[in-house]
Design a protein around this ligand. Structure first.
Ligand SMILES: *Cc1c(COP(=O)(O)O)cnc(C)c1O
Length: 424
């Protein structure tokens, strides 16, 4: 066969594969939605993310995420999954066997908690916004909402009364409320929940790693979190944990959880909770590398150091903002991170990781301050959300970002933004 004839045959084969199967007519390819020449490489500007999340990821975590892929059932990958479960035990301060990373953001953790721990018709007392109430109703829960004024947390007495009155299957609390900056204290609740036959479910999406949290000592039964706030990883993985009591509830269900994707019987089995490993879905390999690295950074720094660093940055921020005439949205010390120096970070009554600030006086254009921060400083701060829309700015001091130079920049951006409006 001549070389020319060989090439002709190759071309014919290539054409044949484009033309599809014999007898299958293939139309011409349209380029209407094809990348324009010159724009095929992704462009990402540098931003400092000091809003309620995501926060900037630690470069070491981003590097971990770019390591080669492994198969989701390969032994070296299973070892990384085990390291995540163990790293979570330290981070959550628990000996529970039942820790893992849910494939998805904080909301997936929220849905996993509700879908697995609540059976249709059971009561849930929920507090954080309307999301959980909506989710619980979708799974057939009987939702009892406790309402407080925005900017206030619930006292142990108020929660005890609600628990004793309703004896719900589940109590949902959010430790750090990112729409208002409220910190919900958890100490003492576990005992009351045990008395009323209630499982205690806690959202720590924006607080885990930033403020004290003790899964076992505080009697928490289920906790979910997020990777992109104080843990400094990209969004996409939700730390998740169940207590022995919560696992019994799951095992004793009369009905299967209505979700296959978030059925913790199946996902727990993939993560080795029941001493075997079976495939449920392809684990988020790169996201697991990221969380594995994020948790080892937490362990290297130590929880006590991490908590005091967040507290220090919080105090530094408030010191600077007060000089500009700004006030915290959350009025009572007990409802937010408490700067009282007499208390150690471990015993302070209130803490929060996302802080909100009231605008000084009337007539301040909050959106112009946000825009100026972005345009001039490449800095993200956020406006309010839900009950705080139009009333506050939200500033996050989370994880890798909770460092003095960033706090200084936030204060500078506020000073500049307010000066431009003649408010200083
Ligand atoms: C950010 C946040 C969430 C939502 O998490 P996603 O990762 O966006 O799904 C839930 N709860 C709190 C308290 C948060 O701050």
């Amino acid at each position: 066969m001549s070389a020319r004839r060989g090439l002709w045959q190759l071309a014919q084969r290539a054409f044949a594969s484009h033309a599809g199967r014999p007898g299958e007519a293939v139309p011409a390819i349209s380029n209407a939605h094809r990348l324009a020449p010159g724009s095929s490489v992704i462009q990402v500007p540098q931003r400092l993310l000091m809003g309620p999340g995501p926060a900037n990821a630690d470069p070491r975590i981003l590097a971990a995420q770019s390591l080669p892929l492994l198969g989701h059932m390969h032994p070296p990958f299973l070892k990384i999954m085990d390291e995540i479960s163990e790293g979570l035990r330290y981070t959550l301060q628990t000996d529970s066997k039942y820790t893992l990373m849910v494939s998805g953001t904080g909301h997936a953790g929220m849905e996993a908690a509700i879908a697995n721990l609540l059976e249709p018709g059971e009561k849930i007392i929920g507090i954080w916004g309307t999301r959980v109430a909506d989710l619980a109703a979708r799974y057939g829960g009987d939702v009892i909402e406790l309402k407080a004024d925005a900017g206030r947390s619930f006292s142990l007495e108020e929660l005890t009364t609600a628990l004793e009155t309703h004896k719900p299957a589940l109590l949902f609390l959010c430790q750090g409320e990112s729409s208002t900056g409220v910190h919900q204290s958890l100490a003492g609740l576990g005992d009351v929940c045990k008395r009323t036959g209630t499982l205690l479910l806690v959202d720590t999406v924006c607080s885990l790693g930033g403020v004290p949290f003790f899964f076992d000592k505080w009697g928490v039964d289920c906790m979910y979190s997020g990777s992109q706030k104080c843990l400094s990883a990209p969004p996409g993985g939700a730390p998740f944990a169940l207590s022995e009591r919560a696992l019994e509830k799951l095992k004793g269900r009369k009905t299967k959880p209505a979700t296959f994707n978030l059925d913790m019987n199946l996902i727990g089995d993939y993560w080795g909770w029941f001493n075997s490993r079976s495939y449920h879905h392809t684990g988020m390999v790169s996201m697991c590398y990221a969380l594995r690295e994020a948790l080892s950074i937490v362990q290297e720094e130590g929880l006590d150091n991490m908590w005091s660093r967040h507290l220090e940055m919080h105090e530094m921020l408030w010191h600077g903002l007060k000089k500009l005439g700004l006030e915290p949205f959350v009025e009572r010390d007990a409802d937010r991170q408490d700067p009282t120096p007499a208390r150690t970070p471990l015993t302070r009554a209130g803490a929060g990781v996302t802080f909100c600030s009231r605008a000084p006086g009337a007539g301040v254009d909050w959106a112009a301050v946000v825009k100026n921060a972005m345009d001039k400083y490449y800095l993200e701060i956020a406006g309010g959300l839900g009950p705080t829309a139009g009333k506050v700015w939200r500033i996050g001091l989370m994880g890798y970002n909770a460092r003095p130079q960033n706090v200084e920049l936030v204060i500078d951006a506020f000073r500049d933004g307010l000066q431009k409006q003649g408010k200083l």
